[in-house]
Ligand binder design. Structure first.
Ligand SMILES: NC(=O)c1ccc[n+]([C@@H]2O[C@H](COP(=O)([O-])OP(=O)(O)OC[C@H]3O[C@@H](n4cnc5c(N)ncnc54)[C@H](OP(=O)(O)O)[C@@H]3O)[C@@H](O)[C@H]2O)c1
Length: 298
């Protein structure tokens, strides 16, 4: 049984999960954000939105050891996973379990190559922002799906008395692709067009979304994952009812690097592997890279 949790890369998502777990077992949030550390140490970690409560995890800039029976929730962005894993690799124990909750494809393979312990993947459906140090705003905890393994139900069990709906997802590979497809449509298009989900009601958008979708569907098929045609209609109908700003658009507005290489970029890379042409995803990657460069992020 896990006796403590370390959240490595405690930004929006990591802080939210760390907060709710801290009521039940010792939690340490590890972050490079000194203002966040000081705010949590002084006033606790405030959650607003779906849950309004203050929690009291420990917060630290560095850790020098990881005790036996520790769950590490690795919650950096995809492009920071490799460096974080290099920092962790001499600290993890044989029984440490690292749960990676990044969106997209590719970063989990980097983590597995570097870490000499169990590494599991989770799909987080949380919607959370980080408005100020010491506070995260969770619009919806929604689901956290964990890939099947002999350790997964123990992780889900940790969350059983919390607001989060955490469970072992038997259809994990397809769920990864469904989420990747959603994010590959909504994140770059809302960023390029600078709009919220609910503003995306236009035939031009439908055409673009459909082209990105078809390429994702074809590449997924080569990976033996079926994405039904009905998924696009379902996605567009559901999301247009929400006035949400995607994380990529938020990153762009805050002049931060985006995860495009692990979303549409991953579709392009896998397309090349399977000799499938993905011109629309390639175009979208170029557009977002252009915006990143203009923003001073490389
Ligand atoms: N936000 C959402 O609603 C949501 C929902 C589902 C999934 N996700 C996924 O969850 C992942 C995390 O997203 P997020 O929104 O929580 O990002 P975030 O707010 O940027 O948090 C990531 C944190 O990791 C820190 N970090 C990076 N490398 C580190 C290192 N080596 N040591 C310590 N701290 C480190 C970052 O510090 P710096 O600030 O110094 O870079 C940042 O504070 C992403 O893959 C995202 O796609 C997000």
């Amino acid at each position: 049984m896990f006796s403590q949790v370390i959240v490595y890369g405690a930004g929006a998502v990591g802080s939210a999960y760390g907060a709710i777990l801290s009521k039940h077992l010792p939690v340490t949030l590890v972050t490079r954000n000194q203002a966040h550390i000081q705010a949590v140490q002084k006033n606790g970690l405030k959650l607003t939105g779906e849950l309004s409560e203050t929690f009291h995890p420990t917060a630290a800039y560095l850790i020098s050891e990881i005790m036996s029976n520790t769950l590490v929730i690795l919650s950096t962005k995809c492009f920071d996973v490799a460096q974080a894993c290099h920092e962790l690799k001499d600290l993890v124990q044989a029984d440490t379990v690292v749960l990676c909750i990044q969106n997209g494809l590719g970063s989990i393979d980097e983590a597995r190559k570097i870490l000499p312990c169990s590494v599991l993947q989770g799909i987080s459906r949380i919607a959370v922002t980080f408005p100020e140090p010491g506070r995260v705003n969770v619009s919806s905890f929604s689901a956290l799906q964990i890939e099947p393994s002999s350790l997964s139900s123990e992780i889900a069990e940790l969350f059983s008395n919390t607001i989060a709906n955490v469970f072992v997802e038997e259809n994990f590979k397809q769920e990864i692709w469904l989420k990747l497809t959603n994010a590959s449509i909504m994140n770059p298009l809302t960023t390029i067009l600078r709009v919220r989900y609910s503003e995306l009601i236009h035939p031009y958008f439908d055409e673009m979304a459909s082209k990105i979708f078809k390429e994702c569907q074809q590449v997924a098929g080569c990976e033996n994952i079926a994405i039904p045609d009905s998924h696009l209609t379902f996605l567009l109908e559901r999301l247009r009812k929400i006035s949400h700003k995607t994380s990529m658009l938020q990153d762009f507005e805050n002049k931060r690097k985006t995860e495009i290489d692990y979303l549409n970029g991953a579709v392009v890379r896998l397309g090349k592997k399977h000799k499938i042409s993905t011109p629309v995803n390639e175009f979208v990657v170029s557009m977002v890279k252009f915006l990143e460069e203009k923003n001073g992020c490389t």
